[in-house]
Design a protein around this ligand. Structure first.
Ligand SMILES: Nc1nc2c(ncn2[C@@H]2O[C@H](COP(=O)(O)OP(=O)(O)OP(=O)(O)O)[C@@H](O)[C@H]2O)c(=O)[nH]1
Ligand SMILES: [Mg+2]
Length: 417
């Protein structure tokens, strides 16, 4: 289960341009700290960090000419193996910078893709990551620094010839097509499993939120799922589902999912859509926040934005503020927001209460026996609720249905145990 990243330690320097624009998609001190975390997670040894303040990025080289020279010197003096930029670079930016500083250059997206690649363990996860990587690479093919990406390549060495490039591109396109087809099959299986859960009458709640917030720790605490939880970004890639018995005796499915982060590579979101979509089909979103992070408000905003993009804007939400132990910031829990420490097992009773309340708020499962005289009610039930089973007995039609609580009274007289 536990994976270690087996890579020799590379010395890395981080580079970002702060343009003064505010928002989640712009580089800031906080995104640079996060970039350092990502680099460490990928196994790099972060030697330095360089930030340039300028109104806009330099189109050709991302940073200005003077800064580029400074960076080149820094790389030589500190035996830097790789320079990591906080934003996604175009192929030509990457090439121009590599040529100027004679050191390998990657960007935040490559780094995130690399971490995902080393974490992916399920066949679905592997397919998704490879697809995202190839889609990232395709438009950049030929743009790789001719100088540095190949061992022994000297200054002025060209990349592969045009014919070779075209062959490579065709190759990649074909592989992308194969991967997309394979993923379609996996998605079908995933959606079947989901349908089965619904048919079995399980409602589901999904743990979502920023990476490292404590989702898996909560999952393990509530369900003994034994999923990997670690102080590392993107410890979880594949969703895990486990049964959870609520305080009212009802059993629901609890899902643990992949975490969110700022500036997630676009291709990654697309490739991971089916995994991320677990949230779309859940009855309740449990958004987990790390309240000990100075950035937790922004992290919550990022999570909400991504969830909205996935089409979850109207889902019932429970906010969980985790890691209250760190700064000792406890507040009174309600059914909308709870304050817990998963690590110290505190506030879990409140959490279970809130989940129970949220899950039973709007719908409930009823088992009904409709006499044949009232048979017309069955079609009404299908409109008003989700019919799970329907069986024709001698006394009438036995139906199990998940239905809005407002109809409870209407059908109460037909209810059987
Ligand atoms: N101090 C403290 N640490 C916690 C708490 N809950 C989780 N952690 C730690 O936070 C780190 C991340 O926990 P995970 O459960 O792996 O977080 P996650 O949200 O699943 O992360 P990803 O799968 O990477 O998205 C681990 O080192 C946990 O031990 C808590 O309540 N207090
Ligand atoms: Mg996790």
């Amino acid at each position: 289960m536990k994976q270690t990243i087996e890579k020799h330690t590379e010395n890395a320097v981080l580079v970002g341009v702060i343009t003064g624009k505010i928002g989640n998609e712009y580089t800031s001190e906080a995104t640079m700290i996060e970039l350092a975390e990502l680099a460490k997670t990928a196994g790099a040894n972060v030697v330095g960090s360089m930030v340039q303040h300028r109104p806009a990025i330099e189109t050709a080289t991302y940073i200005g000419e003077g800064k580029l020279r400074e960076l080149a010197d820094f790389c030589i003096n500190n035996e830097i193996d790789v320079v990591i930029f906080d934003d996604e670079l175009t192929g030509s930016q990457q090439r121009n910078i590599e040529n100027a500083i004679k050191t390998r250059v990657i960007d935040r997206s490559t780094l995130i893709l690399d971490i995902f690649a080393s974490r992916a363990s399920s066949s679905e996860g592997k397919l998704q990551v490879e697809l995202a990587q190839l889609k990232y690479r395709l438009p950049r093919l030929g743009g790789q620094g001719a100088v540095l990406s190949r061992l022994g390549g000297g200054i002025g060495t060209r990349g592969p010839g045009e014919t070779q490039l075209e062959t490579d591109k065709r190759h990649i396109r074909r592989r992308i097509e194969t991967l997309e087809n394979e993923l379609k099959e996996v998605e079908k299986r995933r959606s079947l499993a989901r349908t089965r859960r619904v048919k079995d009458g399980f409602q589901s709640a999904v743990l979502v939120g920023y990476t490292n917030a404590g989702k898996s720790t909560i999952m393990n605490l509530l369900t003994d799922a034994g999923v990997l939880s670690e102080n590392m970004l993107f410890a979880t890639l594949d969703p895990t589902a486990r049964a959870l018995e609520l305080n009212d005796g009802k059993t629901v499915m609890l899902l643990d999912t992949v975490g969110f982060i700022r500036k997630l590579p676009h291709h990654l979101i697309k490739a991971f859509r089916s995994t991320l979509e677990e949230a779309v089909y859940a009855d309740l979103l449990i958004i987990v926040n790390d309240i000990s992070s100075p950035e937790y408000k922004i992290q919550l905003e990022v999570s909400r934005k991504l969830l909205n993009e996935l089409g979850c804007e109207n889902k019932p939400v429970l906010l969980v503020y985790n890691k209250c132990d760190v700064e000792n910031v406890w507040q009174k829990s309600t059914n909308d927001q709870v304050f817990i420490s998963a690590k110290e097992n505190k506030g879990i009773y409140d959490l279970m209460n809130a989940i129970t309340a949220k899950m039973s708020l709007s719908t409930r499962k009823m088992k009904l026996l409709i006499p044949y005289n009232d048979a017309s009610l069955t079609s009404k039930l299908r409109d008003e609720g989700k019919v799970l089973t329907e069986e024709y007995m001698t006394e009438g039609i036995e139906i199990t249905v998940i239905i809005d609580k407002m109809y409870e009274y209407k059908y109460g007289k037909y209810e059987i145990k």
